[in-house]
Design a protein around this ligand. Structure first.
Ligand code: NAD
Length: 377
């Protein structure tokens, strides 16, 4: 990694902590980016090839996302080196050791990300307590099971439809990726009267302009099968989802899936970003140029982190869902209003809005990024 000074700006990072415990093979990095709005929340990403630089960027993304969502939390992130599929006792030991090492880092609240789940959060709670996205049995709100992110995306779609020339009722939807986010946003949009015309997973695409049955598709995934096993519709390869004619196209799988090679193929009016950074910078700019409206990831997919923060503050599941609805709808509208008023891209509008909120919070602080003392959390 280049020297950290190259990454530091007026927002952060506040702290970069390397954690190393040879006896259990623990190598991890915590980046606390900015805590002007409150202690940082951000997930632990576990993978063999994680880097400090990645962690710095992801922590900043959390500062922006939490600020845009209007949460009393800053942004942070942990990367943990290792194979997330390692034997469970070994994984538990690593996570418990990591949590113990960061016991006093009150600027950071542990959360799950790629490679970690609610069981991992339960181990951390057992060590330090400062953690979100716990199993239901110990007071958590299972955000993937209830579809927190999908619920937020459906609200964003409803607002964004007002800025496009279609109604949500009868709107044709294509969803790439049918995991926790993809299948739940499909369910919620169909409940609002939209029609799921295409869906894909890592094995292929299924397409039917007359509509697919969301429940049957979801059941296949829950059984560990693929959408390729769905009876009916036209089947094709993964990439066939890209140029399906629709009103709303939702990426809910991997980063950079829309890029210079395929952006011209998108045949939609609204590109609703369920996945994080689903389009490259240039592809996103091209969408804007072509008049395809997009709602940026950290505005549209904030339902998960809003749910986690609500859990942390002791809210019930229904209160969490109400808050997601209110916040995501409001923020989507604020961003799209800015786009219309200032003629800027949705990404720029969202960044400006988030930055204004962080800077305002910093203006209230003696040391703009330092923690607030013993009653902080
Ligand atoms: P998941 O693992 O539950 O589901 C991912 C799905 O994508 C699977 O169905 C998988 O088969 C599919 N997939 C993988 N490669 C694909 C490809 N090339 N083409 C089509 N499908 C492919 O993950 P998730 O929790 O649903 O998250 C999806 C995305 O949304 C990720 O980018 C994640 O970072 C982001 N996200 C998730 C949440 C959340 O609350 N879960 C919140 C914000 C952002």
């Amino acid at each position: 990694m280049a020297d950290i000074i190259e990454y530091a700006d007026d927002l952060g990072p506040l702290k970069v902590i390397h954690v190393h415990e040879a006896s259990v093979g623990l190598k991890a990095v915590l980046v606390v980016d900015n805590v002007a709005k409150g202690p940082s929340i951000g997930g632990i990403r576990m993978a063999p090839d994680v880097t400090t630089e990645e962690c710095v960027r992801l922590a900043r993304a959390m500062t922006m996302k939490n600020a845009a969502a209007g949460l009393p939390h800053g942004g942070g992130k942990v990367v943990l080196q290792g194979d997330p599929k390692m034997p469970k006792p070994q994984k538990a030991e690593l996570l418990r050791c990591l949590a113990s090492a960061l016991r006093t880092e009150e600027d950071y609240i542990f959360a799950p990300d790629m490679g970690t789940d609610e069981e991992c959060m339960a181990w951390i709670r057992d060590e330090v307590g400062r953690v979100v996205a716990l199993p239901r049995e110990i007071g958590g709100i299972p955000l993937d099971e209830i579809g927190a992110t999908g619920w937020g995306l459906a609200q964003a779609a409803e607002v964004a439809a007002d800025y496009c020339d279609f109604e949500l009722k009868g709107a044709r939807v294509a969803v790439q990726g049918f995991g926790a986010v993809g299948r739940n946003v499909s369910r919620f949009l169909v409940e609002k009267g939209a029609v799921l015309v295409a869906a894909s997973d890592s094995r292929g695409t299924v397409h039917n302009p007359d509509g697919l049955d969301v429940q049957s598709l979801a059941a296949l995934k829950v059984e560990g099968r693929s959408l390729a096993d769905y009876a009916g519709g036209t089947h094709g390869c993964c990439d066939d989802i890209v140029d399906v004619e629709c009103d709303i196209w939702i990426p809910a799988a991997r980063p950079d899936v829309i890029n210079d090679d395929n952006v011209e193929g998108l045949n939609t009016k609204l590109f609703l970003q369920g996945a994080n950074i689903p389009a490259t910078e240039t592809a996103e700019a091209r969408l804007h140029e072509k008049g395809i409206l997009y709602v940026p990831d950290f505005i549209a997919n904030a339902g998960g982190v809003i749910c986690a923060a609500m859990e942390y503050h002791g809210a019930t599941e229904s209160a969490a869902m109400d808050t997601i609805k209110e916040k995501v709808a409001r923020n989507t509208r604020l961003v799209l209003e800015r786009v219309m008023a200032d003629g800027i891209s949705p990404r720029q509008a969202a960044k400006e809005m988030a930055l204004e909120r962080v800077r305002k919070a910093m203006s209230f602080r003696r040391f703009s990024t330092f923690s607030m003392g013993p009653n902080y959390i």
